[in-house]
Design a protein around this ligand. Structure first.
Ligand code: NAD
Length: 324
C-alpha cells in the first residue's frame, strides 16, 4: 500500500513542487492551504490525479485528516518579508499554533514530521558561512522577528516533541530558493529583478549592492528535503547553495541573461536587512550525500523562460503584492 503524506502550504511555491515530487514518487498526497499567499493554479494540474486531495484550511485552527498519514511536511507560512510584514500575527500563529496542531496530528497518526525552517533563524549573522551549530543573532522585537522568532519557536517545539514524545522529526533550514512558481512580487531580489527585466523597468538595489546572497534552484532544494525526510537525522540541516554573489554582480548577470539595457538604481537599505547570507552545507553533504547540482546560469534560464510566457497583464498584476 502506498505511503500517504500531508503537505501544508501545498499551493505555495515550495509546497507545490513538493506535491509534484511526492506524486512522482508514488505517494498519496494530501495538500492543505488557506491560499493566503499561495495560488491554486500552482496545483491545479494535480486535481485530476486520483492520488491527490486538497483541503482549503487554515492550519492555525484545529487540523483533522481522516485516514492514515505516514509523513507530515509543514510548509504553510508566509515566507517573504513583504508578506509577513503585512500579516505579522498570522505569521506568528502559523509558526506556533499551526505547528502545535500539526505536531498533535503527527503524534496521533504516528507520522514522521518535517518542518520548513529557514536561514532567518540565524538573523543578521556574525559568523560566515552559517553552520547549524550557530545560534544566530536575532532582534526579538525587530520588524523581521515575527517570522524569525516564529521559526525559532517552531524548531524548539518540534525538538520538544521529539525529545519528550519520541516523535520522529526533521528540521530543514532552507536558504533563499528560486524557480518557476515563485511570485515575482514577493519582495525578494531574484524575482524582483526578473519581474523588472520583463517589464522593461530599471533594476533596484537596496544599499550599495555589496551585500551578498546565495540562491538555490528549487529542484536541488526538493531533493535535499526528500533525502532528509527519508534519513534518520533529527537535528537541523541547512539546505542551500553556497555559491555567493554580490547584488551588483547579480544585477549585471540578469541584464546579460535578459539581453536588455536596464539601468541599476540604488535605494536605502531596509532595517535589519542581512548583509551576507551563505549556507554551510557540510552536514547535508555528510548526512544526506547532498549538494546542489543546478548552476545559477542554468536555473536562472529555466526560471526566466517560465516567466517569459506570462502575458503583459500577468506581469503587471505581479507588480503590486495582493492585499490581505
Ligand atoms: P509561499 O508563500 O509561496 O507558500 C506558503 C503557503 O502557505 C502559501 O500557499 C500560503 O497560502 C500557505 N499558508 C500560509 N499560512 C497558512 C495557514 N495558516 N494555513 C494554511 N496555509 C497557509 O512560500 P514558500 O516560498 O513556498 O515557502 C514555504 C515554506 O518554506 C515556508 O514555511 C517558508 O518559511 C519556508 N522557506 C522558504 C524559503 C524560500 O526561499 N522560498 C526560504 C526559507 C524558508
Amino acid at each position: 500500500m502506498s505511503k500517504r503524506v500531508l503537505i501544508t502550504g501545498a499551493a505555495g511555491f515550495l509546497g507545490s513542487h513538493l506535491c509534484d515530487r511526492f506524486i512522482a514518487e508514488g505517494f498519496q498526497v494530501v495538500g492543505m492551504d488557506n491560499l493566503i499567499t499561495g495560488d491554486i493554479k500552482n496545483i491545479e494540474h494535480l486535481f485530476p490525479n486520483k492520488n491527490f486531495e486538497f483541503y482549503n484550511h487554515d492550519v492555525s485552527n484545529y487540523v483533522h485528516v481522516a485516514g492514515k498519514l505516514d509523513y507530515i511536511l509543514h510548509f504553510a507560512s508566509p515566507a517573504s518579508p513583504i508578506d509577513y510584514l503585512k500579516i505579522p500575527i498570522q505569521t506568528l500563529k502559523v509558526g506556533s499554533l499551526g505547528t502545535h496542531n500539526l505536531l498533535g496530528l503527527a503524534k496521533e497518526k504516528k507520522a514522521r514530521f518535517l518542518i520548513a525552517s529557514t536561514s532567518e533563524v540565524y538573523g543578521d549573522p556574525t559568523v560566515h558561512p552559517q553552520p547549524e551549530e550557530y545560534w544566530g543573532n536575532v532582534n526579538p522585537v525587530g520588524p523581521r522577528s515575527v517570522y524569525d522568532e516564529a521559526k525559532r519557536f517552531q524548531e524548539a517545539i518540534t525538538m520538544a516533541y521529539h525529545t519528550f514524545h519520541g516523535l520522529e522529526t526533521r528540521i530543514v533550514r532552507i536558504f533563499n530558493t528560486y524557480g518557476p512558481r515563485m511570485r515575482l512580487n514577493d519582495g525578494r531580489v531574484l524575482p524582483a529583478f526578473i519581474g523588472q527585466a520583463l517589464r522593461g523597468e530599471d533594476l533596484t538595489i537596496f544599499g550599495d549592492g555589496t551585500q551578498t546572497r546565495s540562491f538555490c534552484y528549487v529542484d536541488d532544494l526538493i531533493e535535499g528535503i526528500y533525502r532528509l525526510l527519508m534519513s534518520d537525522y533529527a537535528y537541523p540541516v541547512n539546505i542551500g547553495n553556497p555559491n555567493e554573489i554580490t547584488m551588483n554582480d547579480f544585477a549585471q548577470e540578469i541584464i546579460k541573461l535578459t539581453g536588455t539595457d536596464q539601468k541599476i538604481i540604488y535605494l536605502p537599505l531596509p532595517q535589519d536587512d542581512p548583509k551576507q547570507r551563505q549556507p554551510e552545507i557540510t552536514k547535508a553533504k555528510a548526512v544526506l550525500d547532498w549538494e546542489p547540482k543546478v548552476s545559477r546560469q542554468e536555473g536562472l534560464k529555466i526560471t526566466y523562460d517560465y516567466f517569459r510566457n506570462f502575458t503583459k497583464e500577468q506581469l503587471d498584476s505581479t507588480k503590486n503584492n495582493k492585499d490581505f
